[in-house]
Design a protein around this ligand. Structure first.
Ligand SMILES: [Ca+2]
Length: 323
């Protein structure tokens, strides 16, 4: 990109790179590759310059086959699509819809943005989605072992209902990606052609800043407080459950002691006969783990016995053990 173009880009304030699909070699720069079956990078016959055409009247099986081919570094040319009869309920337009994605766009917390786009069609009204992403911990399988990694996940979604018809029309929508959560840091635009199964053209995709949302920080604080409160009440319910179980097991221990004449060597002896003729159990029906997935802790002491749960942290002490 030349210095002049960079300057124009900065002044323009558009966060979408290559918004009019004029740059690129084989495919538009900063956008998905076109598959030559449902997505095309073309010269627009109605006005100067290039645009993206999305064609959704392709049989769903042909579309899925093409999706697989497009995972290759050098996809083969598309096969000739089968003929579609009738309205095309069996097409990608009638089922999944065709999505065509932009590159990543950096977002600012608390900022509102305006999306503007030019669209025309053979009558249908396409949509343009903006999906916002947060970096969240995700559990993945690492050679059979669960491992937590940070991945970008969709945490915000909005769409622009575009005007259709045979003339280019501009549609617009303003939104705040961090309306509810502060951590939505990136966005991608998805041009989307679906029903009716036909051609849709897209051009001049713009996302510009539209001023701060002054209410956003207050909403984040309120939602955070709500989440913490929920966590607290969940914790309280778990502690209550642990106390209830401990009382139940204590009763079992007392009954065991009354029958056998001594304390059980371990909690298993409340459930399974240790081979003592005086044993008349089971003294508890089920010996489950505590609400945090750890066994209840039992040991004999000089004063009798101690029974407790290790608490939410699953470790001895820490101020959260439940007795
Ligand atoms: Ca263009």
């Amino acid at each position: 990109m030349s210095a002049l173009l960079i300057l124009l880009f900065v002044q323009d304030g558009n966060l979408v790179q290559n918004p009019g699909f004029e740059d690129g070699r084989k495919d538009p720069a900063h956008w998905d590759r076109c598959d030559g079956l449902t997505t095309f990078w073309e010269k627009d016959p109605l006005r100067p310059g290039k645009c993206i055409r999305v064609f959704s009247r392709i049989h769903i099986d042909d579309y899925h086959k093409r999706l697989e081919e497009m995972k290759l570094e050098n996809p083969p040319p598309p096969s000739k699509p089968r003929e579609i009869k009738g309205k095309g309920y069996d097409t990608v337009g009638g089922l999944d819809g065709v999505g065509y994605w932009s590159d990543w766009i950096d977002l600012k917390a608390g900022m509102r943005y305006t999306l503007t786009a030019d669209v025309r069609s053979e009558g249908g009204k396409p949509k343009i989605f903006v999906k916002g992403y947060s970096e969240l911990p995700v559990e993945i399988d690492d050679n059979g072992k669960a491992k937590k990694v940070l991945m970008r996940r969709v945490t915000f979604k909005i769409y622009l209902d575009c005007d259709g018809g045979d003339k280019w029309k501009t549609s617009t929508v303003t939104f705040c990606p961090t309306h509810d959560r502060e951590d939505v840091k990136w966005a991608r635009v998805m041009l989307y052609g679906y029903w009716p199964a036909q051609n849709y053209w897209f051009d001049n995709i713009r996302i510009v800043e539209a001023g701060k949302d002054p209410e956003a920080p207050k909403r984040w604080a309120a939602l955070k407080e709500k989440a913490e409160q929920q966590q607290r009440s969940e914790r309280e319910a778990q502690v209550k459950e642990a106390r209830y179980c401990l009382a139940y097991v204590r009763k079992g221990i007392e009954r065991y002691k009354a029958d056998v004449g001594s304390l059980p060597p371990g909690l298993r002896a409340l459930v399974e006969d240790p081979g003592d003729p005086k044993w008349c159990g089971p003294y508890v029906l089920e010996l489950g783990d505590d609400p945090w997935g750890k066994p209840y802790q039992y040991k004999q002491t000089s004063a009798g016995y101690a029974l407790k749960s290790l608490g939410p942290d699953g470790a001895e002490g820490g101020g959260d053990d439940v007795e």
